[in-house]
Design a protein around this ligand. Structure first.
Ligand code: IPE
Ligand code: IPE
Ligand code: MG
Length: 238
């Protein structure tokens, strides 16, 4: 059985599908946006904890390309929380995080886009935990975008079609230059990826937990990491 020892999470790359906000609110007779608000608080605390654990990178799934299909009031509530988060995200400058936003940001407000670009620029050379925030993110859309970017280079005569390989595709993902996730964690008891990191998850372990995201604690992250540490990864070998 894996144990929580010093450095038990150091260097790991973790993906987190923050799910269950709506159910958390419903159980309490609250509007769904109250669940998102509590979920955002947990998100901020788990980021700090990942810094303490010295994980290499953590990716939070905040809003999917499919989440636009929710009622406008809920979408607006989530975007408002995201805006509040962006104001705080400037603090990561001093916490040494490199912040990267994954997804198609052109669908977001100009003000949010400007802040996202600015935060990425200001934290670009930080050497601590990489903090990826996936907003208007879809794994399939990301793969299509990478294919288009490679195809454009072929059309420009820079490369031949056969030059396109796994490494080049990886370099054209939003996560270019980063290590693939070691494990993907999904709270809320669901057993699916919901279009999250489809390319990068190729050999990720999947850890599902029966806790709703707004109830998620540092101890739950410990438990997920310990569970991951019991897995035997073979990458197709023996
Ligand atoms: C995750 O919680 C947050 C987003 C998808 C933005 P949900 O809102 O999906 O919560 P449930 O799954 O309905 O409980
Ligand atoms: C995945 O959760 C997206 C995020 C957590 C941002 P969903 O709640 O949207 O996924 P489904 O609809 O249950 O697959
Ligand atoms: Mg959900």
């Amino acid at each position: 059985m894996a144990e929580k020892t010093d450095g038990f999470a150091k260097g790991l790359s973790i993906g987190i599908i923050m799910d269950g906000n709506g159910r958390w609110a419903k159980k309490r007779g609250l509007p769904r946006t109250a669940g998102h608000k509590k979920g955002a608080e947990v998100f901020r605390d788990i980021i700090r904890y990942c810094n303490e654990l010295e994980v290499a990178s953590v990716t939070f799934y905040a809003f999917s390309t499919e989440n636009w299909s929710r009622p406008l009031e809920e979408v607006n509530g989530i975007m408002k929380l995201f805006g509040e988060y962006l104001v705080m995200a400037y603090d990561y400058q001093k916490e040494n995080n490199r912040v990267v936003f994954l997804g198609d940001r052109t669908a977001l407000s100009q003000r949010h886009q400007d802040m996202m670009n600015d935060i990425e620029e200001k934290t670009r050379n930080n050497t601590g935990t990489i903090l990826n925030v996936a907003v208007n993110y879809g794994g399939r859309q990301e793969i299509v975008r990478a294919a288009q970017r490679c195809a454009q280079r072929v059309a420009a005569g820079e490369i031949r079609p056969e030059d396109i390989d796994v490494a080049m595709m990886s370099d054209n993902m939003y996560t270019a230059g980063q290590k693939d996730p070691d494990f993907i964690l999904r709270p809320s008891g669901e057993h699916r990826l919901s279009n999250f990191m489809l390319w990068q998850a190729s050999y990720a372990e999947f850890v599902e937990m029966d806790v709703l995201w707004p109830d998620f604690t540092r101890a739950d992250l410990d438990a997920a990491i310990l569970e991951f540490n019991t897995r035997s990864r073979r990458f197709g070998g023996l």
